[in-house]
Design a protein around this ligand. Sequence first.
Ligand SMILES: Nc1ncnc2c1ncn2[C@@H]1O[C@H](COP(=O)(O)OP(=O)(O)OP(=O)(O)O)[C@@H](O)[C@H]1O
Length: 224
Amino acid sequence: MTSGPSMLLALADVTKRYQTAEGPLTVLDRLSLTLDRGETLALTGESGSGKSTLLHLAAGLDRAEGGRVLIDGADLGALNDAGRAALRRHTVGLIFQQFNLIPSLTVAANLAFHARLAGKSDPAWQSALARRLGLDALLTRYPEQLSGGQQQRVAIGRTLAARPKLVLADEPTGNLDEATGDQVIALMLSLVAESGAALLMVTHSQRLAERLGRRIHLTGGRIL
Ligand SMILES: Nc1ncnc2c1ncn2[C@@H]1O[C@H](COP(=O)(O)OP(=O)(O)OP(=O)(O)O)[C@@H](O)[C@H]1O
């Protein structure tokens, strides 16, 4: 595999198996894909086709049985746990369906949390994100005092505040009604574009997938 300067994420011949009571289950079968800097890519596939598995591998949260995963030129297989954690902290941002906010922190502190951990606090960018995400009047509230759409807007702001080069989103609007979900996706896409990040987004929705620059479909452990 050649890794040019524009390539941010590459999976090359990646195989992932789980051990189950019925024997080994091959979820990803010599799968390859690349994502360029600033590119947005939608990943669709039936339930159980391996979308979340692929996203976890791309985040360095899990290891493949075969093949290679490269993020920003770094081969995850060649890094130890601390190296992978550092790469995740500095380069990757994750957005999940369940929002995953810290319940004991205010909206403002949640927004600041990841950027601070990554040593990349940028108050001006954080304020701009809060304003653009419509969170200015909610900064002193706690997550349990927010609607689902508001919580996901905080989660998006928290992720983008650290300026990750790669944003990985797993069904980010899966817990929201369609109208709220559409608004949240629109905000996420424009802020991802402004921050220059690349986005890999898992979705069940063909309609949402069509809003991204490129689409791939996972089936039988491979990409169509
Ligand atoms: N830790 C695990 N151990 C065993 N099997 C697993 C494990 N995690 C996932 N699987 C299996 O691997 C397959 C892929 O799971 P994955 O969660 O990646 O699918 P998905 O496409 O994200 O599904 P969904 O759209 O329903 O969220 C499924 O058959 C699942 O049962």
